[in-house]
Design a protein around this ligand. Structure first.
Ligand SMILES: *[C@@H]1O[C@H](CO)[C@@H](O)[C@H](O)[C@H]1NC(C)=O
Ligand SMILES: *[C@@H]1O[C@H](CO)[C@@H](O)[C@H](O)[C@H]1NC(C)=O
Ligand SMILES: *[C@@H]1O[C@H](CO)[C@@H](O)[C@H](O)[C@H]1NC(C)=O
Ligand SMILES: *[C@@H]1O[C@H](CO)[C@@H](O)[C@H](O)[C@H]1NC(C)=O
Ligand SMILES: *[C@@H]1O[C@H](CO)[C@@H](O)[C@H](O)[C@H]1NC(C)=O
Ligand SMILES: *[C@@H]1O[C@H](CO)[C@@H](O)[C@H](O)[C@H]1NC(C)=O
Ligand SMILES: *[C@@H]1O[C@H](CO)[C@@H](O)[C@H](O)[C@H]1NC(C)=O
Ligand SMILES: *[C@@H]1O[C@H](CO)[C@@H](O)[C@H](O)[C@H]1NC(C)=O
Length: 365
């Protein structure tokens, strides 16, 4: 169909256009006004996750922030928690006292690093969205789950709390991921009072865990395409050339892929930036847990939430499938990666290292 311009109707068209446009504006303004009034009246309108006290939202449009190197001082020294008794640690006054101190330090560090970042290229991203958040109304907490940081174990705890599971023990054939968790989309009241928490992990341990879990041997559905892409692009381009064309993605190949990945704001959630997953600069969490002491810290947290009928599933962590935190395993994989790539990889995940107080991995270069 051809569109014809007819000069005689131009004035009519203009009048019509102006009329329509004004009507549209009137309609728009009135709906906006109604919407504003509505959201004022009812608190159960889906809004920003109100659980987290918004600290300093400099700009919601802002996609990227660069680190201002000079302002950053990493203080990874933490009070020793080695004195803890893994099974009863939470009951020991010393541990509780230490944990408060540890939390103060961790939160202070995040605040400091976040204050030193500015809009710019690479590094700061908006939250992945509401799917990262799970809440529990009975004990009034909100958990932001970073993939590859003991999410399965925390899910088990949540399922015991809601009565879906009888214990945190593994149940054959029971998929914790296919259960219903109250997420922010089912959010009804103001949960500003809820205790919010997030668990983070050494960025390189987490990457290794993602690699071992998703690419090393059995490649799960959804990763086959990525695996093929990595092999076709990097197999004959790394200093660790994998001559076996049948072999699965090697660790250095995976690292090459990460370093060359064009759209760093679109990384798969299993190796996406931890600070992005839970928007740690946008929201202030009440508790920042570290995977490295996850059993003790989770039990401390559960205890402080008044939860006594379930403790964190120790067995999950200590016989964990990928052993990525084991120094022997860690060294074995990362020693295959050239120093140059280690430094680039550190730069890529620098925000996670600095925000969560993990030092530069000098043992790898
Ligand atoms: C930890 O506490 C349990 C329970 O009280 C006790 O049986 C165990 O001996 C303690 N372990 C250590 C290393 O103190
Ligand atoms: C939980 O325990 C009850 C009663 O012993 C049992 O009927 C039920 O099957 C158990 N549920 C799970 C998921 O194991
Ligand atoms: C939040 O806490 C305050 C003070 O403890 C209490 O008055 C208020 O009802 C709480 N709000 C919700 C939604 O639980
Ligand atoms: C590659 O992965 C497949 C499963 O996707 C596995 O069966 C095979 O043994 C792996 N090959 C090598 C060389 O590890
Ligand atoms: C492969 O290696 C060459 C030489 O180091 C480099 O110029 C090129 O960019 C690399 N290609 C990819 C896809 O990384
Ligand atoms: C992890 O370590 C344990 C104990 O050292 C070992 O039995 C297990 O096979 C390891 N798992 C993997 C995937 O390497
Ligand atoms: C780490 O892994 C090595 C090799 O698999 C194993 O011998 C060692 O016992 C592990 N260390 C710990 C603390 O599990
Ligand atoms: C891990 O092992 C390497 C090499 O043996 C060593 O330099 C490094 O200090 C170890 N790291 C830890 C945390 O033990």
């Amino acid at each position: 169909m051809e569109w014809r311009f007819s000069p005689q109707s131009l004035t009519t068209k203009r009048i019509k256009f102006v009329f329509c446009a004004s009507m549209a504006i009137v309609v728009y303004l009135s709906t906006t006004y109604t919407a504003m009034n509505k959201s004022k009246k009812t608190t159960d309108v889906l809004q920003l996750p109100a659980f987290i006290k918004k600290e300093d939202v400099r700009s919601t449009q802002r996609e990227h922030i660069v680190l201002q190197q000079s302002k950053i001082i990493v203080d990874s020294r933490e009070p020793s928690i080695s004195v803890m008794n893994k099974s009863v640690g939470i009951k020991e006054g010393k541990m509780i006292q230490n944990m408060e101190e540890i939390q103060k330090k961790r939160k202070g560090l995040i605040k400091k690093i976040c204050a030193g970042i500015q809009p710019g290229a690479n590094g700061y991203y908006k939250p992945l969205g509401n799917k990262m958040l799970i809440f529990n109304d009975q004990y009034k907490f909100l958990y932001c789950k970073v993939p590859k940081v003991a999410g399965t174990s925390w899910r088990r705890v949540l399922l015991v709390l809601t009565g879906v599971l009888n214990s945190t023990a593994k149940v054959p054939g029971f998929n914790v991921y296919q259960q219903n968790y109250p997420s922010i989309s089912q959010y009804k009241n103001n949960r500003r009072n809820y205790t919010s928490f997030v668990f983070v992990r050494h960025p390189f341990h987490r990457l290794l865990s993602a690699y071992r879990n998703k690419l090393e041997k059995t490649v799960p559905l959804g990763f086959e395409k990525i695996a093929k892409q990595i092999i076709s692009q990097y197999r004959h381009n790394t200093s660790f050339d994998n001559t076996n064309s049948e072999a699965n993605v090697s660790f250095p190949e995976f690292i090459q892929f990460l370093l060359n990945f064009k759209s760093k704001s679109n990384l798969n959630k299993h190796y996406d930036f931890q600070h992005k997953c839970c928007a740690v600069c946008e929201y202030s969490y009440d508790f920042i847990g570290h995977f490295e002491n996850i059993v003790e810290e989770s039990n401390y947290l559960l205890h402080s939430l008044g939860i006594t009928r379930v403790s964190f599933p120790e067995h999950d962590v200590y016989d964990h499938a990928t052993n990525s935190t084991n120094n022997t395993t860690y060294m074995k994989y990362y020693s295959q990666v050239p120093s140059r790539d280690i430094i680039e990889l550190y730069k890529l995940y620098e925000m996670d290292f600095k925000l969560f107080g993990y030092p530069f991995p000098k043992e790898l270069v």
